[in-house]
Design a protein around this ligand. Structure first.
Ligand code: DAT
Ligand code: MG
Length: 150
C-alpha cells in the first residue's frame, strides 16, 4: 500500500529558475521516498511517448519545444497515495486556477510554463517511470518510514 509510485519532473523553466531543490524538498518533507533522480535532456521521441495522449492538440508543437528548451529534473516518488497527492501538490494544470500552496500556484502564472509535471494515474506513472528511467528501479528501505506510517 505504501509502494505506489509517481513520476515527477521539474520542467526546463523550473530548472532554469532554480526551483529543483524547492520542489524535491516538498515531496521529501511530505514523507515520500525519492526512488530515482536525474537531470535529463529529453529526446523528441521520449516526449512524444510521454505526451502521446496530447499529440493532436494545437499546443503540442509548443509543448515539445518547451520541454526541450533545457534539461528536465526527473524523479520518482514512492509512498502512500503518491499519484493523487502528487497531483494535489502540483495544483491545476493552469496555474491561474491552481490553489494557493500548490507548486504551480506558488511558482507559475501561465499554463505553457507551469514548472512541474506529475503522473495523473497509477497506470501512467508506471508508463512514465519506465520511459524516463527504464524498468528496474532499485528500491531501498528507510528507517524513517516506521515514523511516517502508522
Ligand atoms: P497536466 O500537466 O496537468 O497533466 P495535461 O497532461 O493535460 O496537464 O497537459 C500536459 C501539459 O501540456 C500541461 O502541463 C501544459 C500543457 N498544456 C495543457 N493544456 C494546454 C493548453 N490548453 N494550452 C497550452 N498548453 C497546455
Ligand atoms: Mg498530464
Amino acid at each position: 500500500a505504501n509502494l505506489e509510485r509517481s513520476f515527477i519532473a521539474v520542467k526546463p523553466d523550473g530548472v532554469e529558475r532554480g526551483l529543483v531543490g524547492e520542489i524535491v524538498r516538498r515531496f521529501e518533507t511530505r514523507g515520500f521516498k525519492i526512488l530515482a533522480l536525474q537531470l535529463v535532456h529529453p529526446s523528441e521521441q521520449l516526449l512524444r511517448d510521454h505526451y502521446a495522449d496530447l499529440a493532436g492538440k494545437p499546443f503540442f508543437p509548443k509543448l515539445l519545444a518547451y520541454m526541450q528548451s533545457g534539461p528536465v529534473a526527473a524523479f520518482v516518488i514512492q509512498g502512500k497515495g503518491a499519484v493523487k497527492i502528487g497531483r494535489a501538490m502540483l495544483g491545476a494544470t493552469n496555474p491561474q486556477d491552481s490553489a494557493p500552496g500548490t507548486i504551480r500556484a506558488d511558482f507559475a502564472l501561465d499554463i505553457g510554463k507551469n514548472v512541474c509535471h506529475g503522473s495523473d494515474s497509477v497506470e501512467s506513472a508506471e508508463k512514465e517511470i519506465a520511459l524516463w528511467f527504464g524498468e528496474n528501479l532499485k528500491s531501498y528501505t528507510r528507517a524513517v518510514d516506521a515514523v511516517i506510517y502508522e
